[in-house]
Write a protein that binds this ligand. Sequence first.
Ligand SMILES: NC(=O)c1ccc[n+]([C@@H]2O[C@H](COP(=O)([O-])OP(=O)(O)OC[C@H]3O[C@@H](n4cnc5c(N)ncnc54)[C@H](OP(=O)(O)O)[C@@H]3O)[C@@H](O)[C@H]2O)c1
Length: 183
Amino acid sequence: MPYRFVGYAIVSADGMLAAADGVMPPTLKFPGDQRFFEAGLDASDLIVHGRNSQESQPRSPQRRRLILTHAVIKPTRDPTNSQATLWNPAHAPFEEAGAVAGMRDGTVAPIGGTNIFDMFLDRYDTFWLSQAPHVQLPGGVPVFHGVPTRSPQQTLTAHGMHAGARRLLDPAADVGVVEWTRG
Ligand SMILES: NC(=O)c1ccc[n+]([C@@H]2O[C@H](COP(=O)([O-])OP(=O)(O)OC[C@H]3O[C@@H](n4cnc5c(N)ncnc54)[C@H](OP(=O)(O)O)[C@@H]3O)[C@@H](O)[C@H]2O)c1
């Protein structure tokens, strides 16, 4: 396997990654989860995200990334960011975009939004699903299409993934992360 796919998301109790206005609210941001997410990205070789989902961390400028956009046909190096490649998956497979980004193997971290999380459902080796059980975002942006009719956990299970133990990231807010693996 040339690539290893490791996804990261934090969702509300009802499976949303952002509120109804399309923005991730402060109520879904927790220091313990943000440290976990940052360490995960530090250990990744390539990040994949939609145009609105770039993380904002001290080492973000150094990270190699694929940014999904309809603005290109062929995978194209981003003229405004030497670490970024613009990718339209309707016109090129992931492997082609990865090659343009200079990455033919290594750990790939899809980090959202919904279309991007969906796109890799059959390819994740691991999906780290953090959840804030006391935050509700009705009518928000779901982590996967079909949520909340089907929970994120049901979606991962339907795609052949299995839950590991829950690890507490923010005890005060009862925010934890579960490692979902394939096998
Ligand atoms: N809680 C979490 O873990 C988490 C994770 C990720 C994001 N978020 C938040 O959730 C919100 C998500 O924003 P969003 O829904 O706008 O999602 P997004 O996926 O970050 O951005 C959407 C844009 O990405 C491009 N795109 C997406 N799918 C594409 C496809 N199949 N082909 C080509 N281009 C594609 C399009 O760009 P063009 O318009 O250029 O074509 C589209 O307008 C943000 O507030 C973000 O901060 C939260």
